[in-house]
Ligand binder design. Structure first.
Ligand SMILES: Cc1cc2nc3c(=O)[nH]c(=O)nc-3n(C[C@H](O)[C@H](O)[C@H](O)COP(=O)(O)OP(=O)(O)OC[C@H]3O[C@@H](n4cnc5c(N)ncnc54)[C@H](O)[C@@H]3O)c2cc1C
Length: 448
């Protein structure tokens, strides 16, 4: 095993692997040190009732050009998310269905929501991509939470609860935990709220045949033995000559290091020379969201016959966002969904059986009594993953982006930072992870 390289990369998620590929293409030697016994990080494969599933990241939208290009180059095809039929909205214990993108809310709530979404998109577009903290209103927006914004600006119950469902679904955090500026920055980096939550033309438009988890696996293949698994990085030391990276598999040395893990994990590494206050402060203030991804399999996609798309959202059930994940040949029915925010923290503690029952009860409310008879169940609790400690993404409360945001991408001596949290486009998504890997690699190449 080589113990010295031009660049050591911490983390074999999409960001780390992309950085490694960019550097090796440019003739640099790399070693990728990964704590887990697999590559892929927040993408992960699984199986239910004979079907391959993504237990982590899975969808891709037409705007996510980097991810689409990466997958195409690796020979991984995409196919459309099933989006035919009516959607279910379960609110205040009552179920309604609707067609298209306009939820079944009372008219005053819809008008208010429409105004709010337009305003969010308008304000998001005023943020400078590389430095949202310099926006004219950045301090004001970073001075309040999304929840306080909702309470000050939305009056109808319907608009309030829909905004909260959306916040939870997109960030896996409660709106009280999110800075309004960070919320706007997320919208900017992902185009608009409609794009973030949309299926047709949005971020949930397509899936990868065989699973998104295959992208990282295929990216790692040409790197061969330079990817070292089960090698958690415990400490990084650096001086004018280079860096020493200490792992459970011994020490490695390099000229430069890219830490390609989320800030909450980067914080657990010991830096022999303490990081500058701004960088250390940032990593103390970017907690991961909380999510459990659930798959429930049936003999058939019975909801399709009832004219339903398999999509559901709820303000009451913990299993509150659901999509149709059935195979293209309809040989089985498969629903996928998320338990997020506070619900994930609560249900992480109750055990598999209680979680399973909770999810099935919710599906019965959304899709009828046939949902009570699944043939298989699978859940992936990301809060329990030692090397993710939550998902989808590190989030920011008020006062963080304006005061510490500048440290997201700023190198510290020989250490550079990657990972989807550092992306300026598609922050939080697989596409953003790829962008961050390329950016960090190019920073190092530019140093010569
Ligand atoms: C349930 C779920 C659903 C999602 N859905 C989507 C989706 O539909 N579309 C989409 O685009 N995105 C989605 N995402 C988000 C997407 O998966 C992530 O944005 C992306 O995979 C992040 O990649 P990354 O390389 O930045 O970080 P990671 O994948 O987290 O990679 C970091 C790596 O660093 C390793 N590591 C951490 N600490 C150390 C250490 N000390 N030493 C060595 N290694 C270490 C970790 O094990 C990990 O492998 C989803 C995520 C989840 C969990």
């Amino acid at each position: 095993m080589d113990r010295n390289a031009d660049v050591i990369i911490v983390g074999a998620g999409l960001a780390g692997l992309k950085a490694a590929r960019r550097l090796t293409d440019a003739g640099q030697s790399v070693i990728v040190l990964e704590a887990r016994d697999r590559v892929g990080g927040r993408t992960k494969g699984g199986e239910i009732a004979g079907m391959a599933i993504d237990r982590g990241g899975q969808w891709v939208g037409p705007q996510q050009k980097r991810l689409l290009a990466e997958a195409a180059a690796l020979g991984i095809e995409t196919y459309k998310q099933y989006d035919t039929g009516r959607q279910v909205l379960h609110r205040k214990g009552r179920r309604s269905t609707y067609a298209g993108d306009t939820p079944s809310l009372p008219l005053p709530a819809l008008l208010e929501l429409d105004r709010a979404v337009k305003r969010w998109n308008r304000e998001a577009r005023t943020l400078p991509a590389e430095a949202p903290w310099t926006a004219l209103k950045a301090m004001d927006w970073d001075g309040e939470t999304l929840e306080s914004w909702i309470r000050r600006n939305l009056w109808t119950d319907g608009a309030r609860s829909f905004a909260r469902i959306v916040a939870r679904a997109v960030f896996c955090a409660e709106p009280e935990q999110l800075s309004y500026l960070f919320f706007l920055e997320y919208l900017r980096s992902g185009d608009s709220l409609e794009t973030l939550i949309g299926v047709e033309g949005g971020a949930q438009a397509e899936k990868f045949r065989g699973g998104a988890f295959r992208i990282a696996q295929k990216m790692a293949e040409p790197l061969g033995a330079s990817v070292v698994l089960e090698a958690p990085v415990r400490a990084i030391e650096q001086d004018e000559n280079g860096a020493v990276v200490r792992t459970d598999k011994g020490d490695f040395t390099a000229r430069y290091v890219i830490v390609a893990s989320p800030p909450a994990l980067a914080q657990r590494i010991h830096y022999a020379r303490p990081l500058p206050a701004r960088r250390d402060g940032l990593t103390q203030r970017m907690p991961m969201g909380s999510v459990i991804k659930v798959h429930v399999a049936y003999e058939t996609p019975f909801w399709r016959k009832a004219g339903l798309s398999g999509q559901a959202a709820s303000d009451a059930h913990a299993f509150n966002v659901v999509f149709d994940q059935s195979p293209e040949d309809e040989s089985r029915g498969l629903l996928v969904g998320f338990i997020d925010g506070d619900h994930a923290i609560e249900l992480s503690a109750v055990g598999d059986n209680a979680r399973r029952q909770h999810a099935i009860d919710a599906l019965v409310d959304y899709f009828g009594p046939q949902a009570a008879h699944p043939i298989a169940y699978d859940d992936q609790d990301w809060t329990a993953e030692e090397w993710s400690r939550g998902c989808y993404v590190g989030t920011m409360a008020p006062g963080v982006l304006t005061r510490f945001g500048i440290a997201l991408r700023e190198p510290v001596g020989r250490i550079h930072w990657a990972g989807t949290e550092t992306a300026t486009e598609w922050l939080g998504y697989m596409d953003g992870a790829l962008q961050s890997g390329v950016r960090a690699a190019e920073e190092i190449l530019a140093r010569g």
